[in-house]
Design a protein. Sequence first.
Length: 350
Amino acid sequence: MTAVTGSTELPTSELAEVFEIFPARTNPHLDAAVAHLDRWVAQYDLVGTAAARERFARADFGWFAAVTYTTADENGLCLIADWFAWLFLLDDQLDDGLLGKDPARTGELMQQIFVVLGGDGDVTPPGAPCLVTSLADLWRRTKAAPGWRERFVEHVIAGGLAARWEAENRARGTVPDVASYVENRRHTGAIYVCMDLIEVTEHLDVPDPVYRSEPFQRALRSACDVVCWTNDLYSLDKETALGEYHNLVTVMRFADGLTAAEAAGRVGKHIALEVEAFVRHEAEALKAWPDHEGPLGTYFAGMRSWMRGNLDWSVNTRRYRDAYGIPTEAVAYLEPALITTSGSGPEQSR
């Protein structure tokens, strides 16, 4: 396939207008979350080398948490910031390093993750790397209503299968078709997992029949797609520089013979349409479940904050902007110890 070269022009002004219906907010506990996150990653040896620390600081995950979970209390926001760090560190290993090109090794790591999620954070596999031991701490601290953990684990399993799908594509040099990519992207981006965490921070208990109903699922899928496709736009240059083609812009370009600018413009239009669809689906779900209007309204508010906060973070973070142009071999921020050796973190988070 033809690589996208040069910095791609993005439909930023059009997107800014689309997202105006979702007001920008920042959680007042931002400073506490940032300070906590710095302590937590040090505890679990997640960010050790100078290159990793520099990249981690550029990402500003504490601020990302604060603009997506805008009404979480202090403890909740600290937990979210930790989850974000963990998810993105795993994502880097899968997308930027050799792990994501090795389906068997990806499967082994996901099995270790499933062992932790199968308990209450009290069991880790022997010799587990620090990505796994730190997950055990997150899992102990993540409290939710009965039934929530089963849904969360379902989404993690789906994410593991999608990560394996990506790894197999990379190993074979296969560019996925648009429909397959869109379906798997919701899982590789861990956005279902992040939406699940709205229930944790807002102390919600959405009954399973309501959650799994088609009106709610339509709204959820639209919100997830908006977040994932927005991320694809802003991470395009970084991923292209690393030879990554699991990106909606690149997939559309390959499928339809478009230029990078044409494909980015098309993705921008799809995002706008999906924002409109979310608004419709939200109203339909609230109408379908009037007895659950309160918790559903809070959940949908969380989805709105996620869509807007993700855009604001994507525009401002140096995680993607500073990465453009790096050669494939220059990924010194990836630390093998995260996935290959036992972490030295303590049993409980401070």
